[in-house]
Design a protein around this ligand. Structure first.
Ligand code: 13P
Length: 277
């Protein structure tokens, strides 16, 4: 079913697992991601940046997600990742996304609350879920960089009560785009946030998280786990290898299918860990 974030995260909380949220960068990798979730019997969140949505076309991404969700009987959530502009959020919602992230992490606490509330009012009236961020997750993503600031649990409690968001992205030591070095998570902070905040928590920068730390995250309220760079780098490396070794008049699928297979393997492996069996 093509569904909203709220619905899949509720089930994840009930049965203590986390839902993988994977960033797509081109249309080719999309079916591989959804079919990998089907293979694991799990829901999946497909995320796009505004840039990817503009490049492929919001309507195209929505229709592929809807069509595969229905034909393959998989719960698919299409989510707009890290969006700082209300106009872009409105556009994604109006064109069929059922989940959006408003990223007001660069704003003051008060301004972040006010702007997030505006987004929640628009989204919730249309059955769309909202993720927001408090604290700042460092690193660089789709050309946007930020410096780390941990999420304060007391502020997080106020933020969630005031804004009525569906999920909170927390800064607990991860950073975007880290694929060579691994992250040192702040376990105490994750624990504290789980005790203080009663909505699903979100890990960003999932590529850099050690796979042995995933269980701790799931057992302490992380219900959405973002992974982007591992797919991007894997796809790109495999494409480089294939294009360098294949005749130039060979069908493109001979080069692209192995890249998608790699995506499928990564998504399957992560989902197995996220299911926390
Ligand atoms: P990585 O690219 O570091 O896995 O992070 C993905 C992410 O958090 C998307 O918002």
């Amino acid at each position: 079913m093509y569904t909203s974030l709220n619905k899949v995260l509720k089930s994840a909380a009930r049965f203590n697992y986390t839902v993988g949220a994977f960033n797509m960068h081109n249309l080719e990798m999309l079916p591989a991601m959804i079919l990998a979730a089907k293979k694991q019997g799990a829901p999946i969140i497909i995320q796009t940046s505004v840039g990817t949505a503009e490049y492929i076309g919001h309507e195209v991404i929505v229709s592929v997600c809807r069509s595969l969700a229905d034909s393959q009987s998989v719960d698919v959530v299409l989510h707009l990742d890290h969006c700082t502009k209300f106009s872009e959020i409105k556009k994604a919602i109006d064109l069929g996304y059922l989940s959006v992230m408003f990223d007001g992490s660069s704003l003051s606490f008060q301004e972040n609350i006010l702007r997030t509330k505006e987004v929640v009012a628009y989204a919730s009236a249309r059955g769309v879920s909202v993720e927001a961020e408090l604290g700042t997750i460092s690193g660089s993503e789709d050309g946007i960089s930020a410096e780390k600031a941990y999420t304060d649990p007391e502020k997080a409690k106020i933020f969630v009560e005031e804004t009525k968001i569906d999920a909170l992205a927390v800064s607990v030591g991860t950073c975007h785009g880290s694929y060579k070095a691994k992250t040192e998570l702040n376990f105490e902070l994750i624990k504290k946030l789980h005790e203080t905040v009663d909505i699903p928590l979100v890990i960003h920068g999932g590529t850099g998280v050690k796979e042995e730390d995933i269980k701790f995250c799931v057992d302490h309220g992380i219900r959405k786990f973002n992974v982007g760079t591992e797919l991007l780098v894997g796809w790109t490396k495999k494409a480089t290898e294939m294009f360098n070794n294949t005749k130039e008049n060979s069908s493109l699928r001979n080069n692209i299918v192995p890249c998608n297979e790699l995506v499928s393997e990564v998504v399957c492996r992560k989902i197995k860990l996220f299911l926390n069996n």
